[in-house]
Design a protein around this ligand. Sequence first.
Ligand SMILES: Nc1ncnc2c1ncn2[C@@H]1O[C@H](COP(=O)(O)OP(=O)(O)OP(=O)(O)O)[C@@H](O)[C@H]1O
Ligand SMILES: [Mg+2]
Length: 352
Amino acid sequence: MNTTDPLVTVTGLRTTFDTPKGLVRAVDGVDLTVGRGERVGIVGESGSGKSVLVRTLMNLFRDDPYTTVDGQVVFDGENVREMSRERRRHFWGRDIAMVFQNPMTSLNPVKRVGDQITDPMRFHLGLGRKAARAAAIELLVQLGIPAPQRRIDQYPHELSGGMRQRMAIAVALSCAPKLLLADEPTTALDVTVQKQILNLLDRLVAERGMSVVLISHDLGVVAGRTDRIAVMYAGEVVETGRPHELFRQYRHPYTRGLLNSAPRLHGAKHARLDVIGGLPPDLTALPPGCRFAARCPQVQPRCLDERPVLREAGPNGHRSACHFPVGTPSGEQALAHNRDSGIAAVVEEVAS
Ligand SMILES: Nc1ncnc2c1ncn2[C@@H]1O[C@H](COP(=O)(O)OP(=O)(O)OP(=O)(O)O)[C@@H](O)[C@H]1O
Ligand SMILES: [Mg+2]
C-alpha cells in the first residue's frame, strides 16, 4: 500500500440532483483518498450517499442535465471530470470497474456471459477472439465456476444468483482494472454464498494488487476486508479510520449506533441489539448544524447551530466530525447530562 501516492484523490465532492421536490444534496462535501492496493470500505444507512459517491467518482453523471457535480476527482494523476468521451471509454472497464448489488444491473440479459467477459478484453486489451476466450475460461476457473467451457456460452437467466454475481465479478475483473468499486456486491445473496463471494473477491483483488472500494450498510462486512473505513451519514463522511480504531475507539455517536445495531455473530440469533431510532434528515432541507443531531443521544445546543467538520480523533488518520466525541470528557459529560435531565429519553422518543 502506498498512501503517499494515492491512486484516487477526491476533494470537496458534491453531487446535487434537481428534483420536483427540490435540490437533493446526496453527496455534500466528501474528501476521500484510495491508495494503490488499498481497500477502502464505505458504510452507512440506506440513502446516505454511498452509491452516488462512487457513481460520481466514475463520472457517470456527466451527461445528466439534472445532476450537478462540484469538486475534484483525480485518478492516477488525471482529472476524471475533464476526461474526453473517447478517454472515458477506456477509463471505464480498463482503469476502473464496478460490481453492482444486483448482477442483473451489470449483466446484459440478452448476451451470452462469455461475450460479456471477452468483449472488454478484446476492446481494451486488444486480445483476439481465441485468446480472450481462453483468458475468460481461466478467470472463471479462478472464480470457482464449475464447467466453465459450458457456462461461458450460457445467458444470465440460465444461472443461479450466486453464479450470476460471480460472472458480474468476472466482467469487472476481465481487464484487471486498477480500482474495483463493489457496491453491496452480495446483499442480494444468501449468507453462505455472500461469504464465499466476498472471500473470493478478497483473494483475487489481493493477487492482482488492485485497489478496492467496498460499500456496505453493514460495518461487520467491511471490517475484516478493508484497510480503512469511511462512515457516511446524510451525504457526508462523519468518521474515518482503520477498522481497529473505528471498532475500539469510535468517536462519532452515529458509528456507535451502527456498531450497536449490527447483528452479533456470537450473540442471540436474529437479535438486533439497539437500532438507531428515527430517520436521516430530508436531503432537500438539511439542518444548519450536525445532521445527526435529531437522533443523537448526546446532542447539545451547539450541535443544532454549528456544523461539525472532520477533525483528527486518534492515530493512523482517525478523524471524526462531532463537537462532543464519544469517549472524550466532553462527550461523556454531554451523554450523562442528557441522561440525568431526561433529554436523552426525549431524543429517543422523538426519534422513534
Ligand atoms: N438520480 C437521482 N435523482 C434524485 N435523487 C437521487 C438520485 N439518485 C439518488 N438519489 C437520492 O440520493 C440519496 C443517496 O442515494 P444513494 O443511492 O447514494 O444511497 P445509498 O447510501 O447508496 O443507499 P443504499 O444503502 O440504499 O444503497 C438518496 O436520498 C436517494 O434517494
Ligand atoms: Mg446504494
